[in-house]
Design a protein around this ligand. Structure first.
Ligand SMILES: *[C@@H]1O[C@H](CO)[C@@H](O)[C@H](O)[C@H]1NC(C)=O
Ligand SMILES: *[C@@H]1O[C@H](CO)[C@@H](O)[C@H](O)[C@H]1NC(C)=O
Ligand SMILES: *[C@@H]1O[C@H](CO)[C@@H](O)[C@H](O)[C@H]1NC(C)=O
Length: 558
């Protein structure tokens, strides 16, 4: 009997190529419940195929962060000595043994992985029944009550001990669909209210009309942004669009013909598609029009690419991940990357948030909107931060209004992350702000978190051409492309002089760079039934360190 049993056992083993007795599984990630709004409806058919992505453990993610600070901090002997893609991959690639451990495990379940977006990723297609068994999971159909979005997810998954140290996470198992938020706060059709009340203190060169209507000329005067065309074709500015937000070349031409008569009206932008995204010329959106007109129309002659993310991805957060991976995979990524879309941080699982920390060194500018709330609606018992504003490697831009004086715009978002701790470059700025703040808003925000925004720029009543009509638009969606354009023009000057581009800006901005910014000290960002945070002298979580001065930044960042 024993012999027969052994024989049968080895036969089965041989046939399946794996031992029958599997290693015990250990929980890799779990959540106590689905995010608010999602409810489990029914079990999916066991044969339904799931597309899962496996993120392998990177060789040395901490080493890469050390290196990032080393090349980004003024005074370091490696300042702005950026790594090549191959050098970055020495930190981010998995170890051979990690790839082997995960591949062996997958093989034992008869699964063949395909290469993913970068060498850190593997893609697998696996039926629900197999996924449930190999991951000790319970994949269910979850439906969102309000939006009707449905997705197959699990509340927990496990992996064998021999795989655990080699696997970062499996996506999107416990990560639920998240919809992007745009940073447009208002669009007025018709003329805005006129307020000349504080006109006496206006900066000398800024036209009075700029208090009501922001044009490229207003921003050039406010921030000393040059009109001289950039010369360096290798210096590209990336504008990103999620949620099929299109920009029209005809509207851009009409905008330039009206507001930048010194530029060739045929100045255009290129388009790169991700996940089936399309730039539909005749379906111009407010966001796409604003973002393109205030990059192409500000960063004079800097080559600009519009990355349009489509819907072949499951949800906007996955689209964002695909966008990030596309940029990471480029041999020569854009030197500046601006996006006006974001997500409520509470809905983004920490593993994916941590992954999207940016493993290539370029300036990434992100908008911050909605005061101290994430705009998700429902009860707001504590301030709700947004993602990726809380990421320490992103430069987050808040909004100001007016020119005389320039004050915080109420829509300017500010806050403290619940995922990312405050980085060292920011700790002095935060502690001096918190000591002036006293007990205001105590208990409503996480004092140990990474705080934002870092900087700001004008954000109210931008003149934008949409479907041939000039329309005033407000939001940090306006501020971010302008700050990105300033950085792109600075990079052009540096590259022309044989110097490197600026890269990750924050360690510079919080040290030598801060005196190149106009400190904004008035205004606040209400939300969650409070007045939000007040602006103050120095850094504050409404306007950050302040608005740019091109000439001072050029002088200080040499
Ligand atoms: C405000 O300034 C505009 C010129 O920009 C002028 O036409 C208008 O009369 C002024 N309004 C007030 C109330 O002073
Ligand atoms: C512009 O016009 C197109 C075609 O009529 C329409 O689909 C689009 O929504 C319009 N854009 C805005 C922002 O109104
Ligand atoms: C506060 O932020 C830290 C990161 O700095 C995080 O570890 C902690 O969980 C957060 N607290 C809450 C209540 O979210």
């Amino acid at each position: 009997m024993v012999a027969a049993g052994l024989l049968a056992f080895s036969f089965v083993t041989f046939a399946l190529g794996a031992p029958l007795l599997r290693e015990p599984l250990h929980v890799h990630d779990a959540r106590s419940a689905a995010p608010q709004g999602f409810q489990a409806s029914n079990a999916p058919h066991p044969d339904t195929v799931l597309n899962l992505r496996i993120a392998l453990k990177q060789k040395d993610p901490i080493g890469l962060i050390d290196k990032l600070y080393d090349v980004s901090t003024p005074g370091s002997s490696n300042y702005r000595k950026f790594l090549s893609k191959a050098e970055v991959e020495q930190y981010t690639s998995p170890k051979d043994e990690s790839l082997a451990a995960v591949t062996t495990w997958l093989d034992s379940h008869g699964i063949k992985a395909k290469p993913g977006a970068t060498n850190q990723w593997l893609n697998i297609e696996v039926p629900v029944a197999t996924a449930n068994a190999m991951l000790d999971a319970e994949f269910s159909v979850f439906e969102h009550q309000k939006t009707g979005i449905s997705a197959i997810r699990t509340l927990s998954y496990s992996v064998p001990a021999s795989v655990k140290p080699h696997l970062d996470f499996i996506y999107p198992t416990t990560s639920f669909p998240v919809t992007a938020k745009r940073a447009i706060s208002s669009v007025h059709f018709g003329s805005g209210a006129h307020d000349n009340s504080t006109a006496h203190g206006r900066r000398a060169s800024v036209d009075a009309s700029c208090n009501d209507a922001i044009t490229p000329a207003c921003l050039q005067a406010l921030y000393n942004i040059p009109t001289t065309p950039a010369t360096e074709s290798s210096n590209t500015l990336a504008v990103t669009s999620i949620e099929s937000s299109s920009a029209s070349k005809a509207d851009l031409q009409s905008f330039l013909g009206k507001f930048r008569t010194d530029m060739p009206s045929g100045t255009a932008f290129s388009v790169q598609s991700i996940d089936g995204g399309q730039n539909v010329e005749f379906q111009a959106s407010i966001e796409g029009s604003l973002d393109i007109q205030y990059t192409v129309g500000m960063a004079t002659n800097v080559p600009t690419t519009f990355f349009t993310v489509g819907s072949d991805n499951g949800d906007d957060l996955t689209g964002f991940l695909d966008l990030v991976n596309t940029l990471i995979a480029q041999d020569t990524p854009p030197t500046v990357f601006t996006t006006s879309f974001g997500f409520p941080e509470a809905l983004v699982s920490p593993d994916i948030a941590t992954y999207i920390k940016f493993t290539r060194l370029h300036s990434y500018l992100h908008r911050a909107d909605c005061g101290v709330d994430d705009g998700e609606g429902g009860d707001c018992t504590t301030f709700r931060p947004t993602f990726p504003s809380g990421c320490p490697f992103v430069t987050v831009v808040g909004a100001t209004q007016g020119t005389s004086p320039e004050t915080a715009a109420q829509l300017s978002s500010g806050g403290f992350s619940n995922i990312f701790p405050a980085p060292q470059y920011q700790s002095d700025a935060i502690s001096s702000y918190l000591s002036t703040l006293g007990s205001t808003n105590a208990g409503l925000f996480n004092t140990s978190g990474r705080a934002y925004p870092d900087v700001s720029a004008s954000g109210i009543n931008y003149q934008v051409t949409i479907n041939g009509t000039v329309t005033p638009v407000s939001g940090t969606s306006a501020s971010t492309p302008v700050f990105a354009s300033v950085v792109a023009l600075l990079n052009d000057r540096f590259i022309a002089a044989g110097k490197p581009a600026m890269g990750f800006l924050n360690p510079f901005l919080y040290s030598t760079g801060k005196s190149a910014l106009n400190d904004i000290t008035e205004g606040n960002n209400p939300g969650c039934g409070t007045n939000g945070f007040p602006a103050a002298t120095g850094w504050d979580p409404v306007t950050g360190l302040g608005t740019p001065d091109f000439n001072k930044l050029l002088a200080l960042s040499q």
